[in-house]
Design a protein around this ligand. Structure first.
Ligand code: FAD
Ligand code: UDP
Length: 363
């Protein structure tokens, strides 16, 4: 088979590049080893009719309105701002840490000025803040660090925060006000009819063919393409020549509760200090769906399995750089996406990277 472009992976990176190139007149063949499009953002109605995210909770948030404008060609939105609580010392407290977290945890009644002084007193600043431990201890001190971050991070990554790059914990801000939204981005929401419908609309173009349930290795010889866009793990592309690049995996335990309309008071509850799972998300809070029952997912971190997270730390970055230098020397292959670029990208960042990659290919 001949095609102009072979896209490996039908997640955000692959689907956005495919859409852009098809619209520019290229014939594009998209493959994915999974039986569906959408990558990790894939959603589906479970057997009880509740819309769930198979690979854990996905909420779109961004300050880049041009990314929203682009995706809005394929979906309408349900505007939704995510909130989470953390279960600490037997209490459910807002995470990111804010004024109510500190007051609730310690039984205080600080105001915004008081809490700034409080953080000033307990924080142990370290410059430069190189690790995730430095970031959190430097912002809120050791007690809050231990209660909210240390064990959660060990569970999630199998590493101590002192072994992880500063950027990991820096994703979660610290607030001195009552704002309990998980993010403060200008635009936050989920596709009105789900992510999968949005991906289907993106890939619905006469120049695009989609082949599912097939691995790149199986088609490498069969499909002749002028250009390949690869969105899978970069180490796999090069047959692990320099050794395995570490990725963190998760096991998702989905459960439906038929007899209650809600399971928990917040969309997500984090469990830093107990259980083998890190968090529980109840989808109806996110999607706004009406249903007599409810569906939840628990996320259990693990070392082996599908790669979901690049693990940001200096030695992994160094190994990635070696693969990246091979990648830049490949002619007619573009590496883009969270796995191919080994970056802890959110969805909007992947869309941005994919739009840029498509433009580069067209130029
Ligand atoms: P993927 O979605 O991983 O797509 C890559 C695709 O390539 C996969 O479908 C895979 O099957 C396929 N593939 C790989 N190798 C091969 C091969 N050899 N042959 C064929 N196919 C192959 N981001 C947010 O912005 N907000 C959130 O709330 C959010 N929550 C998240 C929660 C979890 C638990 C996880 C894991 C991620 C979350 N993200 C979130 C991040 C988001 O999932 C990613 O940014 C985004 O999905 C990455 O898109 P991608 O196309 O780069 O990769
Ligand atoms: N984190 C934590 N406790 C929390 C929430 C987050 O220690 O209650 C740390 C943890 O290391 C986590 C990182 O902050 O991996 C980033 O959190 P985020 O919610 O952005 O993770 P994601 O949604 O990408 O899994």
């Amino acid at each position: 088979m001949r095609t102009d472009i072979l896209v490996v992976g039908a997640g955000y990176a692959g689907s956005v590049v495919a859409e852009r190139l098809a619209r520019a007149g290229r014939r594009v063949h998209v493959i994915d080893r999974r039986p569906h499009v959408g990558g990790n953002a894939y959603d589906e109605y479970d057997e009880h009719g509740v819309l769930v995210h198979r690979y854990g909770p996905h909420i779109f948030h961004t300050n880049a309105m041009r990314i929203v404008d682009y995706l809005s060609s394929f979906t309408e939105w349900r505007r939704y701002e995510h909130r989470a609580l953390a279960h600490v010392d037997g209490k459910l407290l807002p995470i990111p840490i804010n004024l109510d977290t500190v007051n609730g945890l310690y039984g205080l009644s600080l105001d915004e000025e008081d809490i700034k002084a409080f953080f000033e007193r307990v924080r142990e600043p370290k410059t430069p803040a190189l690790t995730s431990e430095d970031v959190v201890v430097g912002a809120v001190g050791r007690d809050l660090y231990e209660k909210f971050f240390e064990s959660y991070t060990r569970k999630h990554w199998g590493l101590d925060p002192s072994q992880l790059g500063a950027g990991v914990a820096a994703r979660v801000p610290v607030r001195t006000n009552h704002d309990d939204r998980y993010w403060t981005d200008e635009f936050q929401g989920v596709p009105l009819n789900g992510y999968t419908r949005m991906f289907e609309a993106m890939l619905d173009h006469p120049n695009i063919t989609v082949e599912l349930d097939v691995d790149f290795h199986e088609v490498r010889e069969r499909i002749q393409a002028t250009h390949i866009v690869y969105t899978g793990p970069i180490d796999a592309y090069f047959d692990y020549r320099f050794g395995k690049l570490p990725y963190r995996s998760l096991r998702f335990e989905h459960e439906h509760l038929p007899d209650r309309s809600h399971y928990q008071q917040a969309p997500t509850i984090n469990y830093p200090n107990e259980h083998d799972y890190i968090r529980v998300t109840e989808f109806k809070h996110v999607t706004g769906q009406e249903h007599p029952g409810t569906s939840i997912v628990r996320e259990y971190p693990r070392g082996e399995g599908e790669p979901y997270y690049p693990i940001p730390r200096p030695e992994n970055e160094a190994l990635y750089k070696r693969y990246q230098s091979l990648a830049t020397r490949q002619e007619n292959v573009t590496f883009v996406g969270r796995l191919a670029q080994y970056r802890y990208y959110n969805m909007d960042q992947v869309v941005g990277a994919a739009l840029k990659a498509a433009q580069n290919i067209l130029e």
